[in-house]
Write a protein of this length. Sequence first.
Length: 160
Amino acid sequence: MTDGLSLQRLLTLLACLLASASLPSLAQATTASNALVAPSASDWRARQNPYYKRNWGVEIIGIKPVSSGTMLSFKYRVLDPEKAKLMNDRNTRAFLRDEATGTVLSVPAMENVGELRTGAPAVAERSYFMIFGNPGKLVKSGSRVSFVAGALHVDGLIVD
């Protein structure tokens, strides 16, 4: 009778060991599938915005395709007008660079309106925008771009 009980304990122990051995591989598979998920634009803002708020006086709201994707709207909020002076200065050339192809997208200038960006002096807690041309709809939602205006470089922006 003790041999039967020992055999049952041995089988139970073996079953527990096999079950626990498969758990790490299950955890690794879950971690690997989570690693394949691309970061979102909101993830970027949560990680990067504190730097731009502190050093440049702006909060990046985001960048979205507009006009059926033929243009991109870059929106930002000014927190410190003195630090953010560069953003609304029409003498400072602003552009987007597609990180995948290196293509540079500029602010279009309309004949009667001028450049499609704000040129008024910045006011704290006010949101502003810049429109960039996107010929051929090269940059799409999910693409990564860099925004450059003078000395300000915002790298890795994800298009909403």
